[in-house]
Design a protein around this ligand. Structure first.
Ligand SMILES: [Zn+2]
Ligand SMILES: [Zn+2]
Length: 400
């Protein structure tokens, strides 16, 4: 009798333990978490100088949770062999590749001229090798188009099929046709994906009016880490940030959804570092999502639940009762200013600066939107110009 009572007790405890565990797992799955990612990177599949698997390995080892290798007009599929270029730099890079992954993984052959050829790993291959609970890949492409020699580049994050450059009759027409092609693939496949406008100030190809004319675009690069993209503009060209505010004033006035700002690497150079190279690790996004899947990340980004960063990390970012609260994760010996940009109904931008690591700002019904930029007193390492400080950009919010 005692035996049966004991067994009953053991079973009840086991049942209770299992139930608690599953409730706990459930609540954990519903908790929002921050994920760090880069949506713009190049490899040897186009004009980057790194092996795709080495690049993915780098991002994963640096604590990123997701990365998109976005090569020009190509998805990493099918068989592609590249020659190891005749230079110490590239020969060393190949040796490092071999050292990191070994003969079993690296596929090489010698061509008729005696040159070493390497087969590039496909998206499916590197995805299988690197994805794990806390790291995923997004399939991506940089649709690389132009109008009268002006480069018009747009990334497609979570693309399922290759999108060829659509061309068009003007800069804005080229952009719109490429956006429409992405949205069409999205509706055809039912898979969430989005286009984003890359580096508008690269050769000053894309103007603020070009972007204002668009329908259906939600993202652009407010920061791109390539050395030729002129994020700051010049005496006759607007900075990407100034463009951003003007775009949103125009979008909100005509009832269009907000444009959100991304920071990306656009890295091409993995063996040489400095101002004249486009290196990895300069710009990224922090996305607050339910889980680490492409669908969940895209859902969060389309809701504006993310920020762009070149070094500043946030401890808190929330909008409650029309009040935006920001708290910076304080780094030792570093000070911060939180710059607030509010657009009024006339489209004027009002700037306020608050020193410190925390601020709360109320939105008024008269404001079109409010956004913040956090600037650190610490200079960025490996920045493209000498005056770059670590920053973060929160997404604009509107009065509800
Ligand atoms: Zn580009
Ligand atoms: Zn690029």
């Amino acid at each position: 009798m005692l035996y049966f009572t004991c067994m009953k007790l053991v079973f009840s405890l086991l049942l209770l333990w299992t139930l608690t565990r599953s409730v706990f797992a459930q609540s954990k799955a519903n908790e929002l978490q921050w994920f760090k990612g880069n949506l713009h990177t190049h490899s040897l599949w186009s004009d980057g100088d790194g092996y795709p698997d080495m690049i993915v390995d780098w991002y994963r080892s640096k604590g990123y949770h997701f990365v998109a290798l976005s090569d020009h007009n190509i998805l990493a599929q099918g068989e592609k062999w590249v020659k190891v270029a005749k230079s110490k730099l590239h020969e060393d890079a190949f040796q490092n590749y071999l050292k990191r992954f070994g003969d079993e993984w690296v596929e090489q052959k010698v061509d008729s001229a005696g040159r070493v050829m390497v087969r590039l790993k496909t998206y499916d291959e590197y995805r299988e090798k690197f994805e794990r609970k806390d790291f995923i890949m997004l399939r991506s492409e940089e649709v690389t188009d132009q109008f009268e020699k002006k480069p018009i580049h747009m990334n497609v994050s979570n693309a399922q099929e290759l999108i060829r450059p659509q061309g068009g009759k003007s800069v804005s027409d080229v952009m719109q046709r490429n956006i429409d092609a992405v949205l069409e693939q999205r509706s055809k496949t039912g898979v969430p994906m989005f286009p984003h406008i890359n580096h508008p100030n690269f050769y000053y190809a894309i103007t603020v009016d070009d972007m204002i004319s668009l329908r259906g675009e939600r993202f652009f690069e407010v920061y791109n880490g390539h050395q030729l993209v002129n994020n700051e503009g010049d005496s006759v060209h607007l900075s990407t940030e100034k463009m951003w505010d003007r775009i949103n004033v125009a979008y909100l006035r005509r009832g269009q959804e907000l444009m959100f700002g991304l920071a990306t690497d656009d890295s091409h150079n993995y063996h040489q570092f400095g101002k004249t190279f486009s290196n990895a690790g300069r710009g990224w996004v922090m996305v607050r999502a339910k889980q680490l899947t492409a669908e969940s990340l895209i859902e969060a980004m389309e809701a504006g639940d993310f920020y762009a960063s070149t070094g500043v990390e946030l401890a808190e970012l929330k909008v409650e009762n029309n009040t935006l609260t920001i708290e910076v994760k304080q780094e030792k010996g570093v000070t911060y200013s939180i710059e607030l940009m509010t657009a009024n109904q006339d489209g004027d931008i009002n700037y306020r600066i608050r020193k410190g690591t925390k601020t709360s700002v109320a939105l008024s019904a008269n404001d079109l939107f409010l956004r913040a930029r956090i600037v650190s007193s610490r200079k960025r390492t490996n920045a493209v110009n000498d005056v770059e400080y670590e920053m973060a950009w929160t997404q604009p919010v509107i009065f509800k």
